[in-house]
Design a protein around this ligand. Structure first.
Ligand SMILES: NC(=O)c1ccc[n+]([C@@H]2O[C@H](COP(=O)([O-])OP(=O)(O)OC[C@H]3O[C@@H](n4cnc5c(N)ncnc54)[C@H](O)[C@@H]3O)[C@@H](O)[C@H]2O)c1
Length: 260
């Protein structure tokens, strides 16, 4: 208990799935947490459930970032932890490098890469005032392997990985005690993954159950991850236990990458 006692944290995309689990874990371990989401109803409900504050935010909107950082620092007195978790999949099943539209590619990038960039940009000065902090960027195993069936998503998550290294080097080089690391979930049971099973099943004319079984075969540990598994990693990176860890990529994938 109290592994992040007295820390002040923001978790984007906190209404659902991994963001909600990460926020709940940070609250449980002593942090004051703001969750943000584009889904107001689910966000308010999640915040009530876990004991966090909710702010409506589209992470792709620069003005909204100023509001979220200012409101959180004014209300709680600073910022120690940012979990850049919000992310989206692709809007259609036509996602290969030939069929993906520029519109879809740009939208996925605006949220998944642009949202993380803006979060880092505005969190750094706020954390510097506090004497340091930890930025945790939710990337994906999709950043590290070819994803011809998820062209925009994979490329956007690779951008998150690269940005993480630049932010880490920038902050360390300036002598700021601000760390920045990326987390790379494999296949974790959340609404997003369930949506992916359904989309790929439709594209291939298969049942969702068949597709789920096919995806499961890629995980050496033989089971899908749970949101809690990712929350445990985020807790470590948010806490001072990881004080010498920056710029790195943390896989939570049941062995998927190492088995390829
Ligand atoms: N579930 C997995 O297996 C998996 C694997 C790898 C990476 N990830 C990444 O983890 C993160 C969370 O995924 P999840 O599985 O919990 O998905 P999810 O769809 O359950 O939750 C995502 C949340 O982000 C919110 N959101 C979407 N667009 C937003 C925007 N523009 N601004 C603010 N909030 C927005 C959604 O409303 C939702 O509450 C994503 O970045 C995802 O790419 C998930």
């Amino acid at each position: 208990m109290d592994r992040v006692a007295d820390k002040i944290a923001i978790v984007t995309g906190g209404a659902s799935g991994l963001g909600k689990a990460c926020a709940a874990m940070l609250v449980l371990e002593g942090a004051s947490v703001t969750i943000t989401d584009i889904n107001e109803h689910a966000g308010e409900r999640a915040a009530d459930e876990i004991g966090a504050k909710f702010l409506l935010q589209d992470v792709a909107d620069e003005q909204a970032w100023r509001h979220v950082i200012d409101t959180t620092t004014d209300e709680f007195g600073g910022l120690d932890v940012l979990v850049n978790n919000a992310g989206i999949g692709e809007s259609s099943a036509a996602n290969d490098p030939e069929t993906t539209t520029l519109e879809d590619f740009s939208h996925v990038f605006a949220v998944n890469a642009g949202g993380v960039f803006l979060g880092c940009k505005y969190a750094i000065p706020a954390m510097r005032k506090n004497g340091g902090g930890s930025i945790i960027n939710m990337s994906s195993i999709a950043a590290l392997v070819a994803t011809p069936f998820l062209t925009s998503y994979g490329a956007s998550k690779a951008a998150v990985r690269q940005l993480t290294m630049s932010v880490a080097a920038h902050c360390a080089g300036r002598g700021d005690r601000i760390r920045c690391n990326s987390v790379h979930p494999g296949q974790i049971m959340t609404p997003m993954l369930e949506g992916l099973f359904a989309d790929v099943a439709t594209a291939q004319g298969q049942s969702t159950e068949f597709m789920q079984a096919e995806f499961l075969k890629q995980i050496p540990m033989g089971e899908f991850g749970e949101a809690q598994d990712v929350a445990n990693m985020v807790l470590f990176l948010a806490s001072d236990e990881s004080r010498h860890v920056t710029g790195t990529q943390m896989l939570v994938d049941g062995g998927m990458l190492s088995a390829r």
